[in-house]
Design a protein around this ligand. Structure first.
Ligand SMILES: O=P(O)(O)OC[C@H]1O[C@@H](O)[C@H](O)[C@@H](O)[C@@H]1O
Length: 336
C-alpha cells in the first residue's frame, strides 16, 4: 500500500468521491475506546471508502440506509501519553500502531483523544464525554474484564449502544444483557470474528468436514502476529482462548498459545490443521496457512457492527441484534 503524503490535507473527512452516494439519513455518531491498529484500520478505511467510492472488501454496502462512509467519530479514549491530546487522525499513526497507511487522505478530525478510564470510579467522567454518541465501540486490549464492564456502565449511563469487540465477557453476562434490554439499548458482543480470520475459516472447514460425512479426529490452530494485540494476548490469553473455542463449537479443537513476532507487523499468520477419518476409517489430513492484515479483518466487521448498533438504537431495540450476534465469536449464551 503506497504511503499517503502526510502534508497533503487532500479530501476532507467529510469529502466524498463522485461515485459515493451519501445516505439521506443522519450519520452514525461513534465514540471509540482504544486508538490501536483496529481503530487505525477503521478510521482510515472509512475515509478511503468515502474518498474512492470503492466497494472492495465491503460485506454490506448499506445497512438500513447507512453506507460505510456514513460514520462520524465524536469521541476517542486511549491510555498512551503519546496518543492522549492528539487529534484522532494523528493518533492512529502513533507507535506502536503499525497498520499501514491506506490511500486515505485524512484532515484533522476535530476529535481530541481523551484519557481512558484508569479505575472503575471514573465511569461518570466517561459517560459525560459520551454525550451525543450513539455507539461506544470498545476496541481496547482484551484481558481486562473490569475495564470492559466499566465502559459498558458508562454507555448505559449515557444512553448509548455498546459494542464489545474484545473477548472479555460483557454481552455474555446475563445481568448486563438484561440491563441493556430493559433500557432499550443495544449491547453487541462479545469478541468480533474477523472478516476472513482464523475463526471463520476454521469453522467453515470443520462444518464442511461434517457435511461431507467425515469424522473429526483432532484439530488445532496456531496464530502468530506482530501487533500490540498479539503482544498483550501472550500475557493475557485466557478470555481469548475460551472465546476462540466458543467460535468453533468442538471439544476436539486445540488453540495453541498465541505467538508475538514483531516482524509480522500488522499481519497475522495462522496455521490450521485438521485430522479426520473418511471411508473405511482411512486418514484425511488438511493443513491451511492464512495470512491477513488482522486490523483490516476487524475493521471489515466493526463497520457492520457500528451500523447495526446505531440502527437498533434508533429503533429502540435493546440487547444483542441477531444479525450482530452472528458476527461474534462469543455471543450471549456462550461459555465465559
Ligand atoms: O481471526 P479471528 O479468530 O476472528 O480473531 C481475530 C480477531 O479477534 C478479536 O478479538 C480482535 O478484537 C480482533 O482484533 C481480531 O482481528
Amino acid at each position: 500500500m503506497p504511503a499517503a503524503d502526510p502534508d497533503d490535507m487532500g479530501v476532507m473527512n467529510g469529502g466524498v468521491a463522485p461515485g459515493y452516494a451519501p445516505s439521506v439519513i443522519e450519520n452514525a455518531r461513534v465514540a471509540v475506546v482504544g486508538v490501536g491498529n483496529n481503530t487505525s484500520a477503521l478510521v482510515q478505511g472509512i475515509a478511503f471508502y468515502r474518498n474512492t467510492g470503492s466497494l472492495v472488501g465491503i460485506h454490506q454496502p448499506q445497512i438500513a440506509g447507512l453506507g460505510v462512509g456514513d460514520i462520524d467519530f465524536v469521541a476517542a479514549f486511549a491510555m498512551s501519553d503519546d496518543k492522549v491530546g492528539k487529534d484522532l487522525h494523528e493518533a492512529v499513526f502513533v507507535s506502536p500502531n503499525n497498520f499501514p497507511r491506506l490511500e486515505a487522505k485524512l484532515r484533522p478530525s476535530g476529535v481530541t483523544v481523551r484519557r481512558g478510564l484508569v479505575d472503575t470510579t471514573e465511569v461518570e467522567r466517561v459517560a459525560h464525554a459520551l454525550k451525543g454518541a450513539e455507539v461506544l465501540l470498545y476496541s481496547a486490549p482484551s484481558g481486562r474484564p473490569d475495564t470492559a464492564r466499566a465502559y459498558a456502565e458508562a454507555a448505559l449511563m449515557a444512553g448509548a449502544a455498546f459494542v464489545n469487540t474484545t473477548s472479555d465477557p460483557v454481552a455474555r453476562d446475563p445481568s448486563f444483557l438484561k440491563r441493556f434490554e430493559d433500557a432499550g439499548l443495544p449491547l453487541i458482543g462479545d469478541d468480533l470474528a474477523s472478516q476472513f480470520g482464523t475463526s471463520v475459516v476454521h469453522h467453515a472447514l470443520l462444518r464442511l468436514l461434517e457435511e461431507r460425512g467425515l469424522t473429526l479426529v483432532s484439530s488445532y490452530q496456531v496464530n502468530l502476529g506482530g501487533t500490540e494485540d498479539f503482544r498483550n494476548l501472550v500475557e493475557n490469553p485466557n478470555t481469548k482462548k475460551q472465546s476462540k473455542l466458543n467460535a468453533l463449537g468442538s471439544d476436539k479443537v486445540q488453540i495453541a498459545p498465541l505467538g508475538y513476532l514483531p516482524q509480522l507487523k500488522s499481519q497475522k499468520v495462522a496455521h490450521l490443521n485438521i485430522e479426520a477419518q473418511g471411508w473405511g476409517e482411512t486418514a484425511v489430513s488438511l493443513e491451511v496457512r492464512l495470512q491477513v492484515h488482522d486490523p483490516s479483518g476487524a475493521a471489515g466487521v466493526n463497520i457492520d457492527l457500528i451500523r447495526l448498533a446505531a440502527t437498533a438504537l434508533r429503533s429502540g431495540h435493546g440487547g444483542c441484534p441477531p444479525a450482530a450476534a452472528s458476527l461474534m465469536k462469543s455471543p450471549p449464551g456462550t461459555a465465559v
